[in-house]
Write a protein that binds this ligand. Structure first.
Ligand code: NDP
Length: 304
């Protein structure tokens, strides 16, 4: 095995970046790996306005600032697609030699849940998108549907409403899950329409592009085809924990179980951010977890 680090952090979202800042600043030889662009969900977020000290900032700017801070203390940032983390603290990659660590922090976050309806997968990139910030501009002057009533769905709808002609939010109950202040903003946005008590059942396409969505009334089961050129499902998230499947650290929904020190039941393996079992998934709570995990890893490594 060629490469050895004190601390390997998997996932460069806010939790992983905070862990790298704390780890490298404490003097640990720290490696931060990600199989995408640094920033995690930050880079898919139009603006951040609830991170203390940051009144309002583009998600990408906050991500870059965190990465600069981490690397300025000596953390090494690299592309790495982690396939397995083993009990002996070896990080296995889909490409390249395995890496031996003294401690590992898993901060892989979550991925957007699919609607799992006919024609959805076939139309990803042809009108179905999971990232309003990345793809919203393609729908200028068009009509889009957002599925879901949580914070993500409503925040992204507000973003889209500035670009597109009309946004229709479809929710399955008659109430939103999102925070009240975001709901208020939605109600005050004239080009946002809300359809309650409907679920998506099929994506409709014409000439290889989305042309509508079939919605079903949850009470009457009546179906209608709703015309739109874009569909943005924001119906929740699933944890990215495939690389941990052989370890006894996951709950039945695939989230990592940790104690208040971000320790899993496997010594030297920690987890932080959206990937752990927790109630509040926010940038501020992710950075909090990352700091705790790195500090604990530092303590363990220095005790060894
Ligand atoms: P949520 O789980 O909060 O919301 C998911 C939404 O999708 C709900 O309205 C849910 O309906 C609906 N839904 C779920 N499954 C289906 C389905 N099969 N068909 C139709 N609708 C469905 O997910 P989010 O991604 O919005 O948020 C994840 C976490 O991140 C939350 O803790 C949230 O608070 C946080 N977050 C915070 C932000 C902020 O503070 N600025 C920004 C974005 C996210 P129902 O309500 O009926 O269950």
């Amino acid at each position: 095995m060629e490469r050895q680090f004190d601390l390997v952090i998997v996932g460069a979202g806010p939790a992983g970046m905070a862990a790298s800042i704390y780890g490298s600043r404490a003097g640990l030889k720290t490696l931060l790996l990600d199989n995408g662009a640094p920033g995690g969900k930050l880079i898919k977020t139009h603006k951040i306005s609830n991170y203390p000290g940051v009144k309002e900032l583009a998600g990408t700017d906050l991500a870059m600032s965190m990465l600069e801070q981490a690397t300025s203390f000596g953390a090494v940032y690299e592309y790495g697609d982690v396939t397995e983390i083993s009990e002996d603290k070896v990080v296995h990659l889909s490409y390249g030699d395995p890496i031996q660590a003294k401690a590992i922090i898993v901060a892989t976050g979550t991925k957007e849940r699919l609607m799992n309806i006919p024609n959805e997968k076939e139309n990803i990139g042809r009108g179905v998108s999971f990232c309003a910030v990345c793809d919203g501009a393609f729908f200028r002057g068009k009509e889009v549907v957002v599925i879901g009533g949580g914070n993500s769905a409503l925040e992204e709808s507000l973003y889209l409403s500035k670009l597109v002609d009309k946004v229709t939010i479809v929710i399955r109950r008659d109430v939103f899950r999102a925070e009240k202040n975001i709901q208020d903003q939605i109600e005050n946005t004239p080009n946002i329409k809300i359809i309650k008590k409907h679920i998506p059942v099929e994506v409709v396409s014409e000439n290889n592009k989305v042309s509508g969505i079939v919605l079903e009334n949850v009470d009457t089961k009546e179906r209608m085809t709703y015309s739109c050129q874009g569909i943005f499902p924001y119906i929740g998230q699933d944890p990215i924990t495939d690389m941990l499947k052989k370890l006894p650290v996951l709950n039945d929904r695939g989230y990592v179980v940790v104690n208040e020190h971000m320790e899993t039941c496997v010594e030297g393996i920690y987890a932080a951010g959206d990937v752990i079992v927790k109630e509040l998934r926010q940038v501020v709570t992710a950075t909090n977890d990352g700091a705790i995990a790195a500090q604990r890893a530092y303590k363990r490594i220095t005790e060894i």
